[in-house]
Design a protein. Structure first.
Length: 91
C-alpha cells in the first residue's frame, strides 16, 4: 500500500495513545466526564479508556501526510474500526 493511500478511518497506535493520554490529562485537571462515573473507578487513565471504548472522544485528529497535506480523521468511525480490530479493547 502506498503511504499516500493510507485509510482515513484507521487510527495508528500512536494516535490512540495520544488521544487517551490527552483525555487523561483533561480529566485529571477537572474536565467533565462523558461516561457515567462508577464509584470504584477514579483513575483518570481508566476513565479516559472507558470514554474511548464508549466512542465518546471529544477530539479531532489531524494527520500530516508525507506530501505535507493535512487531513482530518473521522474520529467516530476510526474509534469503531480500532475497537473492531482489537476485540473491543484499547490494547
Amino acid at each position: 500500500m502506498n503511504i499516500q493511500e493510507w485509510p482515513r478511518d484507521i487510527l495508528t497506535r500512536f494516535e490512540v495513545a495520544r488521544i487517551v493520554g490527552a483525555r487523561t490529562l483533561q480529566i485529571s485537571l477537572g474536565a467533565p466526564l462523558l461516561v457515567k462515573e462508577q464509584k470504584d473507578v477514579t483513575d483518570p487513565i481508566k476513565l479516559a479508556e472507558e470514554e474511548f471504548v464508549a466512542g465518546k472522544v471529544p477530539m479531532t485528529v489531524r494527520r500530516t501526510m508525507p506530501s505535507g497535506e493535512k487531513i482530518v480523521i473521522d474520529i467516530k468511525t476510526s474509534v469503531k474500526n480500532w475497537l473492531d480490530e482489537h476485540n473491543g479493547g484499547i490494547y
